[in-house]
Design a protein around this ligand. Structure first.
Ligand code: PLZ
Length: 447
């Protein structure tokens, strides 16, 4: 049993403290400036909803390392599973001499992802790599090249996934040329839909299908790739029924429907996957982040006929499905099942949303509250009528939270979305304390 960490916020120094500042100076001298840090406190230990830094501060975690430590920081089952696996062996390369853990993770992915049909999975190291491989598979089986992605979409930082990612700064700026045959459709974004949220579903669907018909050709389109709730782009949540509509249309035209559930997957939204909410069964689904509690692991899961159409040796990589990462994934999934973390995600929504609503009523700068389960966000605007994005206020609130020892994250194409991604094992006391800090941060930033 590893040493527990008291689930209590402690401000021992200013944030960041002197030791963190020393390390930040070393970072500047040693690490590429291209790798930024959102909150430069250097972490020493983490358990459940608390991160302890090198100065003895204990911060409340509302970020979970961007939706990764879903089962809690320092989850005991993961520690035990990883420790056991490391003692047995750390690597053989699954493509050389395989091992059971990889197969067991694939079985779990096939079981838990939407749909009762026969499925297969392949494992990789990162979300971007999973998306790249889903596209490879889609192109291979359809014999078509075009990929449709969405405004505000985020799929990674590799060359192909940069092409699929919408936002230029910081992800794409001066990193081109990008991979070809990627087309972009408007996203069903109810809050910013020009003619009003009530027209969003119909008109967004129309815009997508018209774009494909006129600019690409359905018969040239291999796949539509969509995040069922967009992550980095601002937790944009399409209207209920939109995803099903798109999936049906894809099926009619032999286009694969690929759900990028790298951020939304694994109990985060209150279901195993965000597609479950809409009853949508994707042809292929990409997963990462919450799957393995911080060990690098990602997957592509899909219809057996598609996944098995690829020639042997066509998919793989030295580390993909590393045994230690697989052991962590099995422990992580077991925790989600045994501790019913999907229900916990819904309970978190029940605590957080009324507080965000109260904040919106109080200040008149929150245009939209959205998301699901423990994947929630508020969009900050200068005035409610014109919906002018307010990135300055978003940054000010974020900084004020950090100064009080609350780890928060922003997102959004306009940098004006404040997102909540706590570990699902965070206790209600810490959750409430974090929301109190957020209240204070708004009051400070608006003073
Ligand atoms: N698809 C939907 O959310 C990763 C990236 C943070 P990797 N999102 C966090 C940053 O600034 O790099 C993500 C995602 C969705 C794909 C990815 C990519 O996953 O594991 O970061 O490659």
């Amino acid at each position: 049993m590893s040493e527990p960490l008291e689930q209590r916020r402690i401000l021992a120094t200013a944030i960041p403290g002197p030791r963190s500042q020393e390390l930040a100076a070393r970072k500047t001298a040693a690490v590429s400036a291209g790798v930024g840090t959102g909150l430069p406190v250097y972490v020493e230990r983490a358990r459940d909803g608390i991160l302890r830094d090198v100065d003895g501060n204990q911060l409340i975690d509302f970020g979970a390392g961007i939706a990764v430590t879903t089962v809690g920081n320092g989850n005991q089952r993961i520690i035990d599973a990883v420790t056991r696996q490391i003692q047995d062996f750390t690597h053989t390369c699954f493509m050389v001499t395989p091992y059971e853990e990889y197969v067991a993770v694939a079985e779990k992915l096939n079981e838990l992802t939407p749909g009762d049909h026969e499925k297969r999975s392949a494992l990789f190291n990162s979300g971007a790599e999973a998306v790249e491989n889903a596209v490879k598979i889609a192109r291979h089986v359809t014999g078509r090249e075009a990929i449709v992605a969405f405004e505000h979409g985020y799929h990674g930082r590799t060359n192909l996934t940069m092409a699929m990612t919408a936002k230029s700064m910081p992800y794409k700026h001066r990193f081109g040329p990008f991979a070809g045959e990627v087309y972009r459709a408007p996203m069903a974004y109810p809050y910013r839909w020009a003619t009003g949220a009530e027209h969003c579903l119909e008109e967004a669907f129309e815009a997508l299908t018209t774009m494909v018909h006129t600019q690409v050709g359905e018969e040239n389109t291999a796949a539509v790739v969509i995040e069922p709730i967009q992550g980095e782009g601002g937790f944009v949540t399409p209207p209920d029924g939109y995803l099903a509509r798109v999936a049906d249309w894809c099926r009619e035209h032999g286009i694969l429907f690929i759900a990028d559930e790298v951020q939304t997957g694994f109990a985060r939204t209150g279901d195993w996957f965000a597609c479950d909410h809409d009853g949508v069964v994707p042809d292929l689904i990409t997963t990462a982040k919450g799957i393995a509690g911080g060990m690098p692991l990602a997957g592509v899961t899909g219809r057996a006929d598609l996944m098995d159409a690829v020639h042997s040796g066509g998919l793989g990589g030295t580390y993909g499905g590393n045994p230690v990462a697989c052991a962590a994934a099995l422990a992580s999934i077991e925790t989600m099942e045994r501790d019913d973390l999907r229900t916990r995600a819904k309970a978190i929504e029940g605590v957080v949303v009324p507080r965000l609503q109260a904040l919106a009523d109080r200040h008149g700068v929150i245009g939209d509250i959205r998301g699901r389960g423990a994947m929630l966000a508020i969009e900050l605007v200068s005035d409610l009528k014109h919906k002018t994005p307010n990135p300055a206020l978003t940054a000010a609130v974020n900084n004020a939270c950090h100064a009080e020892g609350l780890v928060t994250l922003t997102c959004g194409t306009f940098g004006n979305v404040f997102r909540f991604l706590p570990p699902l094992t965070i206790g209600d006391a810490l959750l409430t304390e974090g929301l109190d800090i957020l209240d204070g941060a708004f009051a400070t930033a608006l003073a």
